[in-house]
Write a protein that binds this ligand. Structure first.
Ligand SMILES: [Zn+2]
Ligand SMILES: [Zn+2]
Length: 314
């Protein structure tokens, strides 16, 4: 039914942060629970993404690239979810290394000491500067970093940052001015009324809504594998990963980014998440075609030549 909620989970952890499952086991569990769209969002790590996305794709479900960044916001720790970015983005990878290093996860390598200085040289190229050279990432910087990598930034579990709605309203306004794209309003530990209030807050600030359970482990202590996302919010979320996206005129670069695998499964034919200031937005016809593909979960190749677009996005 078109109005039925859709089962998703855009907030999960694996052994690459504090989850108990491998990316493969997590993907298998999600698919078995009937989840159709998911994102692995490990804390300050995207190392599990290729394994997760491959495993989920094999089971016929789709994924977006994801991460949960630890950021600083007015002296508080705020968690920021990033989706749909290029997992090969050098600046993002350098920043994640800096963030992990402050937790002494990779202090013993030469690369680690280079990152300590806030830079690295992937493939012998120009140095890439971390957005968090001291291991502290300011939330406005984090939002911009995700967006420069071609993704979108959502405030995770907003009521954990601030439980008072009035206070939260002011903080969300401030984050919106820093470029925030959305709120995780549909969050498993929140009550129905809290979720409804957060959806309203997102609407008020013209923000998107995402949905997740913060899955870490199975069993009675853990949160569920899937969460129902209302269709209205789902449509907006899904469309956002297509409609606002520009794509590169550089086929070489486009194909490289495709291999980066920001999306897999049903969304793969519509890899329309290119982030480039100098190119044109996608046409409404393409967006409709791509959205249809995502909604039905069918692997649908869109004849872009008929729509007058660059073939790189296939
Ligand atoms: Zn969190
Ligand atoms: Zn989390």
């Amino acid at each position: 039914m078109m109005n039925d909620p859709i089962l998703v989970n855009f907030h999960c952890h694996s052994i690459f942060s504090d989850g108990e499952q491998t990316p493969e086991a997590l993907a298998a569990g999600l698919a078995a629970a009937g989840v159709r769209y998911a994102a692995l969002t490990d804390h300050d790590s995207i190392e599990g993404l290729p394994r997760f996305q491959e495993a989920l794709k094999k089971r016929g479900a789709a994924s977006l690239s994801g991460v949960e960044l630890t950021t600083q916001f007015n002296g508080r720790e705020a968690h920021l979810l990033g989706y749909g970015f290029d997992i090969e983005n050098a600046e993002l990878n350098a920043t994640l290394s800096s963030l992990r290093q402050i937790r002494s996860l990779d202090v013993h390598s030469i690369a680690g000491s280079m990152r300590k200085a806030g830079s690295s040289r992937p493939n012998g190229g120009a140095p890439v500067v971390s957005a968090a050279p001291q291991g502290q990432l300011e939330i406005g910087e984090a939002i911009a970093l995700i967006q420069r990598a071609g993704g979108r930034a959502f405030l995770a579990h907003p009521l954990v940052l601030e439980a008072e709605l009035e206070e939260l309203d002011a903080l969300v306004g401030e984050l919106k001015s820093k470029g925030l794209d959305g709120l995780e309003a549909i969050y498993a530990p929140f009550s129905e009324s809290q979720r409804a209030a957060l959806v309203q807050l997102a609407k008020k600030h013209d923000l998107l809504v995402c949905a997740g359970t913060d899955f870490h482990l199975s069993g009675v202590q853990g949160y569920p594998l899937g969460i129902e996302m209302p269709r209205a919010e789902w449509f907006q979320f899904r469309q956002a990963f297509f409609s606002s996206v520009n794509f590169s005129a550089d086929a070489e670069r486009g194909q490289k980014r495709c291999r980066g695998g920001a999306e897999t499964g049903a969304w793969q034919p519509a890899r329309a998440w290119y982030h480039s200031r100098q190119t044109a937005p996608l046409s409404a016809a393409f967006i409709r075609a791509a959205c249809f593909s995502a909604d039905t979960g069918r692997h649908r190749i869109i004849p872009l030549r008929h729509l007058g677009h660059h073939p790189a996005i296939l």
